[in-house]
Design a protein around this ligand. Structure first.
Ligand code: GRF
Length: 191
């Protein structure tokens, strides 16, 4: 059973899906938010999971100091895998290297299409017929690591960024736990 920490910044619906999934490959033991009062923190507490707030603002421009504090807390709890779930900070090479192969993210596009933000808008503007979400390992280049799994939906006439986001979310909630469990099973027993 791999010990997972989930990093969030917001409402945490993917976190909830990771908590609810019935599987025996991983256990979420810690949730860290960089945003005090993030809705996802309450979801974690309700599930009896330890929560921490590490506010990036406390560190000013020193991104690495922010990440060192996160890394220290992860180390103290013998975390095996870090799962980003709506975590809105770009991580520096320090953190990405420290967790290489053990750091995973969900992104709302069919990578390698549309790394970065406004993915639904960009898929619509491009006239794409398909859109989706990707779970991938995190590397230094943003949204570029090895793909662990994807979920696809058809873009319908009349779709807007909002309808796409709404239809994609349940697919994300199905995809992320499956990919996290697959990663957990593929890793050696201890880091
Ligand atoms: C999701 O759309 C995810 O793909 C993206 O951020 C959003 C997080 O939503 N990375 P939630 O906080 O899990 O509800």
């Amino acid at each position: 059973m791999k010990r997972v920490a989930v990093l969030i910044s917001g409402r945490g619906t993917n976190l909830q899906a990771l908590i609810d999934a019935k599987q025996d490959a991983y256990k979420i033991v810690l949730v860290i938010s960089n945003v005090p009062g993030a809705e996802g923190l309450e979801k974690a507490r309700r599930a009896g999971i330890e929560t921490l707030v590490i506010d990036h603002k406390r560190f000013g421009k020193d991104r690495e100091a922010f990440e060192r504090e996160i890394d220290t807390e992860l180390g103290a709890r013998a975390i095996d895998i870090v799962a980003l779930a709506g975590f809105m900070r770009v991580l520096t090479p320090f953190f990405v290297r420290a967790w290489a192969g053990h750091l995973v993210n969900i992104h709302p596009s069919l990578l390698p299409k549309y790394p970065g933000t406004k993915t639904h808008e960009r898929a619509l503007e491009a006239g794409d017929r398909e859109h989706g979400a990707t779970v991938h390992l995190v590397v230094e280049e943003v949204d570029a690591g090895e793909i662990l799994g994807q979920a696809t939906l058809q873009i319908e006439p009349g779709d807007t960024p909002e309808t796409l986001a709404q239809r994609l979310l349940p697919l994300e909630h199905d995809l992320y736990p499956r990919c996290l469990a697959k990663l957990a099973r593929s890793l050696p027993e201890s880091r």
